[in-house]
Write a protein that binds this ligand. Structure first.
Ligand code: ME8
Length: 488
């Protein structure tokens, strides 16, 4: 089965930060899990380079938009290897192949009769590149996300006839209750639709940094339509000489933060319908990472968690683990260095790392390093036999935090099992040799299963551990601590 998963494409108006890393890491976990299950996976991420957010930031720095885009796109790209991300392609909306396909699709939307010329007048946030409707505006005409004052815009634009998709969108939501997940975000999107849709600007006349409108090159497309289409256009040119659209479209999952819900859950399906294209299966909306004080992360509040500092102190795997473990995926959650340290020491080092090192050490001490051949202890069988299917079921619903919790319950169970069986006692009693064989075999098989299931979350450490465990029935090798103690 094909599985196509995407992150948002990030604005190149600023440097990458933890929020971007968060979405990308979660998407990576889901992609790796699906690859492990043998699915045909395509994982896309990239940068959103046109429009006001980038043009304004460039002007403020005395740069051409393209210069700023080139510089910051490289920074986002460079994050891939640092974060150990397994994306299959990195799209930049300034790619000429993307630009050409945006023009083709939107020309079709135009030719299908969904576009008209009109006068736009209303409130606009240049940082969101969003025309706000009345019920989205904070007191004092401020943006609900950036809290900056909105500008009053009035210009002649091409409009996308979003309002004519009212019934079709209502039907989509009724027939596909998991089009938007989790349910509270489905309800939010549904409420936005039910409040009555208004047509939206499809072009900007006063912006020049964008994709030219083919039927009227004095306009460029409104950046959101150009940006959303990345999910579709990338497949056509990600592999030179090969068009992957038939193989991977429609997308299985778009993973996004809740700040961009309206675009992905309302504009995007309507645009695809207008272009006669199949709709994605799911949009999964996650929450915001907050500072350790529970407030929005901001440099001035000094409550920002720096991903590079986490990586430097604890490693990339620990950053992935921490983010997937500490903040339930889908909800908002506070993050901070102290919490990273606690999870690292109590769970990664003391629970999982310790389980790994004691298991290997006992097999070496009591059985010369070869895992005995014996059946899995029936006492634990019930709890372990169902685990793989449980994890798969949760991952199918994009619930990596819940899946990790299920895995972790078994990490703890195996540690308790060691205490219950006390292999060091069994080893003293020749009559207990069979029991010791079974205990060690169960530990090795259980640890191998857990490590395979943890591999999408912690690719590097699990690879090391799987290497040390060797092939089933084979020889184990020694292992330096997976999660060594850190200096205070
Ligand atoms: O909106 N917590 O780009 P963007 C969690 N270019 N996630 C966060 C976050 C936080 N505090 N801050 C950012 C754009 N994110 C558009 C998208 S898609 C066709 C175009 C993540 O650079 C989260 O995924 O502002 C959010 O949706 C995204 O970064 C916004 O990135």
């Amino acid at each position: 089965m094909s599985f196509y998963i995407t992150t948002p494409i990030y604005y190149v108006n600023a440097q990458p930060h933890l929020g971007h890393a968060y979405t990308t890491i979660a998407t990576d976990v889901l992609a790796r899990h699906m690859r492990q299950r043998g699915e045909d996976v395509f994982f896309l991420t990239g940068t959103d380079e046109h429009g006001e957010p980038v043009a304004d930031a460039a002007r403020a720095q005395g740069l051409e938009p393209r210069e700023l885009a080139d510089r910051n796109a490289e920074r986002f790209k460079a994050l891939g290897p640092v974060l150990d991300i397994s994306n299959d392609f990195f799209i930049r909306t300034s790619d000429p192949e993307h630009v050409q396909r945006v023009q083709e699709v939107l020309q079709r939307v135009h030719d299908n009769g969904h576009v008209y010329k009109g006068m736009y007048e209303g409130w606009y946030c240049p940082r969101c590149a969003d025309f706000k409707v009345e019920n989205e505006i904070l007191e004092g005409n401020r943006c609900p996300i950036h809290e900056i004052e909105l500008t009053r815009e009035s210009e002649e634009n091409y409009f996308f006839a979003l309002s004519t998709f009212q019934d079709a969108l209502e039907r989509l939501y009724t027939e596909h209750p998991d089009f938007v997940m989790p349910p509270h975000h489905y309800n939010e999107a549904r409420a936005f639709i039910d409040s009555g849709l208004q047509d939206v600007s499809l072009s900007r006349a006063r912006m020049h940094w964008g994709v030219p409108v083919p039927w009227d090159p004095a306009h460029v497309f409104y950046v959101w339509f150009d940006a959303l289409l990345n999910y579709y256009t990338a497949l056509a040119y990600a592999r030179p000489g090969e068009d992957l659209t038939g193989r991977f479209w429609p997308a299985s999952y778009h993973i996004i933060g809740k700040d961009i819900l309206k675009f992905h859950t309302v504009f995007w399906p309507a645009l695809l319908m207008a272009a006669d294209l199949p709709l994605p299966h799911h949009v999964f909306v996650h929450g915001f990472l907050l500072g350790a004080d529970g407030r929005k992360m901001s440099k001035s509040l000094g409550n920002v968690l720096d991903p590079f500092e986490v990586i430097e102190q604890y490693g990339t795997d620990a950053l992935h683990f921490y983010l997937m473990r500490d903040v339930p995926f889908g909800a908002d959650g506070a993050v901070g260095m102290e919490a990273v340290r606690t999870r690292y020491e109590s769970e990664l080092a003391n629970e999982y790392g310790n389980l790994a090192s004691r298991t290997i050490a006992m097999v070496q001490r009591y059985r010369d390093g070869t895992a005995p051949e014996a059946d899995f202890d029936p006492e634990l069988d019930g709890e372990f036999a169902s685990l793989e299917a449980e994890v798969a079921r949760l991952m199918d619903r994009a619930e990596p935090t819940q899946a990790l919790e299920q895995i972790w319950r078994r990490v703890r169970r195996l540690n308790r099992y060691v205490e219950e069986q006390a292999p060091w006692q069994l080893a003293k009693d020749p009559a207990a040799a069979g029991r010791l064989d079974q205990t060690l075999a169960t530990l090795v098989a259980g640890l191998r299963l857990l490590t395979e299931l943890l591999s999408p979350y912690m690719p590097a450490s699990t690879e090391r551990l799987l290497g040390a465990l060797g092939a089933p029935g084979g020889q184990l090798s020694g292992l330096d601590p997976l999660f060594p103690k850190r200096a205070e």
